[in-house]
Design a binder for this molecule. Structure first.
Ligand code: HEC
Ligand code: HEC
Length: 203
């Protein structure tokens, strides 16, 4: 346990050292975000093949939104629509749009999805070291909040880390240990947690 926490701590330190202060301009980000709202501002809208809901961005950690957009740009995350969306954005636009979305906190209604949230609560304990208790307060600014995210999106994301469609060194190891049932249970648990994540409707 001691080894795990110092591992986690050093990850946090390394990553924090790597970010310049974003200082995104939320007002400018609002204009850029207009093209995103057809999907990210439509509650419950589904991605087709595979079917899962478009993730909530409102209230998400600002630095995490930047990291995620850059991962689509670089191909570290493969999702053709988001690669196209992020591909044409400058660093400044990314910083601004991240500042804008992170300021649009919920709360939205929470839900369970297909899994067993009680079973998921037990399985999710190992995740709290980075994502915070209940997935509410991540330990580092570039780690995502999970609480209140759409459960089907969370299990999709976990499956992508496991398959390598999302090529993230940290999450690959954790996702590799999970069965499909584990992913659905954990997703049901985090999805059921009250949080400030939202699909903004009033922009
Ligand atoms: C056609 C629908 C669509 C549009 C338009 C769109 N997105 Fe997305 N976005 C998605 C889907 C679907 C995903 C999930 C992709 C995946 O599985 O990795 C996603 C994922 C994301 C993520 C990752 C969220 C997370 O929790 O990791 C960010 C950040 C994001 N989009 C930002 C944007 C921004 C900024 C724009 C506008 C410039 C935008 N998106 C436009 C559908 C869309
Ligand atoms: C050592 C730290 C750490 C631990 C422990 C950890 N994660 Fe993560 N998690 C991360 C980081 C960093 C990211 C962002 C990766 C990226 O940029 O794609 C992430 C991303 C995610 C995402 C994507 C969220 C989104 O909005 O797309 C999910 C889902 C997730 N983690 C679930 C879990 C689960 C479930 C566990 C426990 C089984 C877990 N994590 C344990 C660090 C961690």
């Amino acid at each position: 346990m001691k080894i795990l926490s110092s591992f986690v701590l050093s990850l946090a330190l390394i990553s924090t050292a790597g970010i310049a202060s974003a200082a995104g301009d939320a007002q400018a980000g609002k204009a850029t975000a207009a093209t995103c709202m057809g999907c990210h501002g439509a509650p419950g809208l589904r991605n087709a093949y595979p079917a899962f809901r478009v993730p909530k961005l409102g209230g998400q950690q600002e630095q995490y939104l930047i990291v995620a957009l850059k991962a689509y740009q670089s191909g570290e995350r493969s999702h053709p629509t988001m690669q196209a969306q992020a591909g044409s954005m400058s660093d400044t636009e990314i910083n601004n749009v991240a500042a804008y979305f992170s300021g649009l906190a919920g709360p939205d209604a929470v839900e369970l999805g297909d899994g067993d949230a009680n079973a998921g609560a037990a399985k999710a304990q190992a995740c709290f070291a980075c994502h915070g208790a209940g997935g509410k307060k991540p330990i580092a600014p570039m780690y995502p909040s999970l609480a209140g995210q759409y459960p089907d999106y969370l299990s999709h994301a976990l499956a992508d880390y496991k398959s390598g469609a999302r090529n993230n060194a940290i999450m690959k190891g954790f996702a590799a240990a999970l069965s499909k049932q584990d992913m659905e249970d954990i997703a049901a648990y985090f999805g059921s947690q009250a949080s400030s994540l939202s699909t903004p409707t009033n922009w």
